[in-house]
Design a protein around this ligand. Structure first.
Ligand code: 5GP
Ligand code: MN
Length: 338
């Protein structure tokens, strides 16, 4: 954040405001962690803030302090719209385009509030009065920590805020191993621990919550994996029928896509997950090295994200989706194999 942006934000927050804080649809640890951390902080500063989520979030995030206060647009449609209309300031966190909030995008487009964007994805849209966008950041939670620091309020980070920020940094960095993890990230994590973040408990609450059916679903996913050695690519499919068979619950497929990359030599891993209700396959893309899944998802699957982790969707059926996907690979052969 540069000096002008910090001063503009200070000015916006200099009097008590009605504030809406929005994560993206299907919020993950970073989206929920950053919105709740900011909510605790702004509430402490005397603002009237709400976290308004486009839809529900996984069970393994429900323990987070303040999670029970999140208003869900899918469940409380009119209440959410009302709060967006009433807001004087809207923070959008962990996304940078209204296309990422599903049905809620119309309300955001019609809002009269000023927008503040805090986000680390590529190619931000131009809707924010204050735009803190940095693709080099490990996570939006790291950016919320910086934002609080720029506003001179690190002393206000208590155990609840520390737990929220720790969670988002941990989940978005694959437990501090992805490339965007810097020495600065580790210094922030150390400070969050000094401020009360319960590191061991957080790892346990997020990662040790398997149900037997989730492990069976993982087994099914791994059995379905197809390896295209010629393109150093591995992909997994999960049909709605398979999800139903293993009593799929939101969040159950989190992390499945990463198994492809644990195969020696594989540089591109993909998972296609059917969502019959929405009539789509939701797709996750992961890569190692130079191959940009952000570009790939943006160009071919109406998506985007980061250089090595992105998402998208397909409205075709499974067979057509896979044949379209595999038909694209030859043009990327050099990038995937050189
Ligand atoms: P995941 O595969 O874990 O759902 O998402 C990986 C990354 O891509 C995340 O940073 C997420 O925000 C982003 N992402 C996932 N789906 C989409 C999408 O449909 N459009 C865009 N622009 N980004 C996405
Ligand atoms: Mn993130």
């Amino acid at each position: 954040m540069n000096f002008e942006q910090i001063e503009a934000l200070k000015e916006l927050l200099s009097t008590s405001k009605r504030i809406a804080i929005i994560p993206h649809k299907n919020p993950d640890g970073d989206a929920i962690g950053s919105t709740l951390a900011l909510w605790h902080y702004l509430t402490k500063k005397g603002h009237r803030a709400d976290v308004l989520a486009p839809n529900d979030f996984p069970k393994f995030l429900k323990w987070m302090p303040g999670a029970d206060q999140i208003i869900n647009f899918e469940r409380n449609n009119s209440e959410t719209k009302k709060r967006i209309t009433e807001a004087e300031l809207i923070f959008t966190l962990d996304f940078n385009d209204f296309g990422r909030v599903g049905q809620m995008s119309e309300s955001l487009q019609n809002a009269t509030a000023k927008f503040v964007m805090v986000d680390h994805h590529q190619e931000p849209s131009d809707y924010a009065t204050v735009m803190y966008s940095d693709v080099s950041m490990s996570s939006t939670c790291e950016m919320v920590y910086n934002l609080i620091s720029y506003l001179g309020d690190l002393d206000l980070i208590d155990k609840d805020i520390a737990n929220c920020l720790y969670t988002g940094i941990m989940t978005d960095t694959g437990s501090f191993k992805f490339k965007a993890t810097t020495s600065k990230t580790h210094r922030i994590i150390a400070d969050l621990m000094d401020k009360g973040a319960e590191n061991t408990e957080i790892h346990h609450r997020i990662y040790d919550t398997n149900s037997p059916s989730r492990l069976h679903l993982l087994g099914c996913a791994l059995k379905n994996m197809v390896i295209l050695k010629e393109f150093n690519t591995a992909y997994i499919t999960l049909s709605q029928e398979e999800l139903d068979r293993y009593n799929y619950e939101k969040g159950d497929t989190e992390g499945f896509v990463n198994y492809g990359l644990t195969l020696e030599g594989i540089r591109f891993a993909v998972i296609f997950i059917e969502n019959r209700e929405e009539g789509i396959f939701k797709i996750s893309f992961r890569s190692v090295g130079e191959f940009s899944v952000n570009d790939f998802a943006r160009k071919h699957f109406d998506g985007g994200g980061h250089h090595n982790a992105a998402g998208g969707k397909s409205e075709r059926n499974l067979e057509e989706t896979i044949s379209y996907f595999t038909s694209l690979l030859p043009q990327y052969k050099t990038a995937l194999t050189q």
